[in-house]
Design a protein around this ligand. Structure first.
Ligand code: AMP
Ligand code: MG
Length: 337
C-alpha cells in the first residue's frame, strides 16, 4: 500500500493533487504543450469563479511568451535580438523584463547562469540533433559568452534589448520559471487560494501541497523524498534530465559558461525552493554548474532560496533552512544525509 502510494505521488504532480484535494474543493485543470514541454495548470476552488476562463488566460500567457522567447521559432523576439546583435531591438515589455531578470541572475550567480550561451547551446543542439562540437568550434563560440554585454531598456514608453556583437541568447534555463511567476500573479489577482502550476517539472504552489522530488537515479516515477510546499516554487536541474551518449561518453544539457562543455559537476540533481520561480529556475541551473560546495554557499547567501542536492557520491546536502521550510520525509536510505 505504502509503495503504491509513493509511486502514485511521483507519476505526475497532477496525480498528487487529485489525491490530496478535499471533497469540498472542485479542481479544474488544463494541459498545454508549450515551451517545448507539457504544461499543467490545476486550480482548486470552493468559490464561484470562472476557472475555465482563467485557465484559458493562463494558456494564452504561455503561448504568447513561447512565441516571444523561444529559440526554436525563427521569428521570436529573442532570435531577432540575436540576429541583430550589436544593435538595440524594440521588443515586448515582458521580453525586456525577462532579459533583464536573466542578466540580474547571471550577475547574482557569478556567471554560472549565463543567458548568452546561445551560440554554444545551438552548436550542441540538445533539443534537436545533438552532436559534440570540436574543441576549436567551442573555443570560437566561447568568445561570444558574456552576460555583461546585455543591455535592456524597459520604461513605460520604450522596451528594447541588445546583446553584444555575435552573441546569441538562450533563455531555456529561466523562461519556464518566469512564465510560472506570470501565471501565479494572474491566479492571485483573481483570488485563487489553491492551485498548482507545473511547467515541465517547474512547479509553483498556491496553498499547501505534498510533492515528491524525483530520484535522479531512479525511474521517472521514483521519488527519494516527499516535501510539503506552501506558496513556493520548486525547480530541479540535473544532468539526467536531458543527455545523449557518444563513444561511451554521456553529454548533458547544462553547460559550464567557462568551458562551453557540459558542466563537470559533482551534483546529480539540485532542487531550489523559492517564492520566485524565476530565481529558482536560474539558480537550479547555476548551482548545478557551480557544484555542491560553491552552489550551497550561493544559496545560503541568498534570501528566499533553499536547496536540496543529491551528489554523485550518494549524499544529500540541504541548505540550513530547508528542513524547517518543507518538512522532508525521506523515502529511501540509498542516500546519506
Ligand atoms: P535547466 O533545465 O533549467 O537547468 O536549464 C537548462 C537549459 O538552459 C539548457 O537546455 C540550455 O537551454 C540552457 N543552459 C544550459 N546551461 C546553461 C547555463 N550555464 N546558463 C544558462 N542557461 C543554460
Ligand atoms: Mg533552470
Amino acid at each position: 500500500m505504502r509503495k503504491k502510494f509513493k509511486a502514485a505521488l511521483c507519476i505526475s504532480v497532477c496525480a498528487v493533487l487529485f489525491m490530496l484535494c478535499s471533497c469540498q474543493e472542485k479542481v479544474a485543470g488544463r494541459r498545454t504543450f508549450a515551451l517545448g514541454t507539457v504544461c499543467e495548470q490545476s486550480i482548486y476552488s470552493t468559490a464561484d469563479m470562472d476557472i475555465p476562463s482563467l485557465l484559458k488566460s493562463g494558456e494564452d500567457i504561455m503561448n504568447r511568451m513561447d512565441s516571444l522567447i523561444s529559440t526554436s521559432r525563427d521569428a521570436s523576439e529573442i532570435n531577432k535580438i540575436s540576429q541583430n546583435s550589436g544593435e538595440s531591438v524594440e521588443c515586448d515589455a515582458q521580453t525586456a523584463d525577462l532579459i533583464s531578470r536573466a542578466k540580474q541572475l547571471a550577475e547574482q550567480t557569478g556567471g554560472a547562469f549565463d543567458p548568452t550561451l546561445g551560440a554554444l547551446t545551438a552548436a550542441w543542439d540538445f533539443n534537436g540533433e545533438p552532436r559534440v562540437p570540436s574543441d576549436e568550434e567551442i573555443a570560437e563560440l566561447l568568445k561570444t559568452v558574456d552576460y555583461t554585454k546585455i543591455e535592456v531598456e524597459n520604461t513605460e514608453q520604450s522596451h528594447s534589448a541588445s546583446v553584444g556583437q555575435g552573441q546569441r541568447l538562450d533563455l531555456g534555463g529561466i523562461a519556464k520559471g518566469y512564465i510560472t511567476d506570470l501565471l501565479t500573479e494572474l491566479y492571485i489577482q483573481h483570488g485563487v487560494t489553491r492551485a498548482l502550476i507545473n511547467l515541465g517539472g517547474n512547479i509553483r504552489t498556491i496553498g499547501e501541497f505534498e510533492l515528491g522530488i524525483r530520484d535522479p537515479q531512479g525511474e521517472a516515477s521514483d521519488s527519494f523524498c516527499t516535501i510539503t510546499l506552501k506558496d513556493k516554487s520548486i525547480v530541479t536541474s540535473g544532468g539526467y534530465i536531458r543527455n545523449f551518449e557518444q563513444d561511451g561518453v554521456t553529454y548533458h544539457h547544462i553547460l559550464d559558461p567557462k568551458t562551453g562543455k557540459p558542466a563537470e559537476s559533482d551534483i546529480l540533481s539540485v532542487s531550489i525552493i523559492s517564492e520566485s520561480s524565476t530565481l529558482a529556475d536560474a539558480y537550479s541551473t547555476a548551482v548545478f554548474v557551480l557544484g555542491s560546495e560553491s552552489g550551497l554557499k550561493l544559496v545560503e547567501n541568498t534570501d528566499d532560496a533553499e536547496c536540496i542536492i543529491v551528489t554523485s557520491d550518494d549524499k544529500i546536502i540541504m541548505s540550513s533552512g530547508f528542513e524547517e521550510l518543507c518538512s522532508p520525509v525521506f523515502e529511501t536510505d540509498k542516500y546519506q544525509k
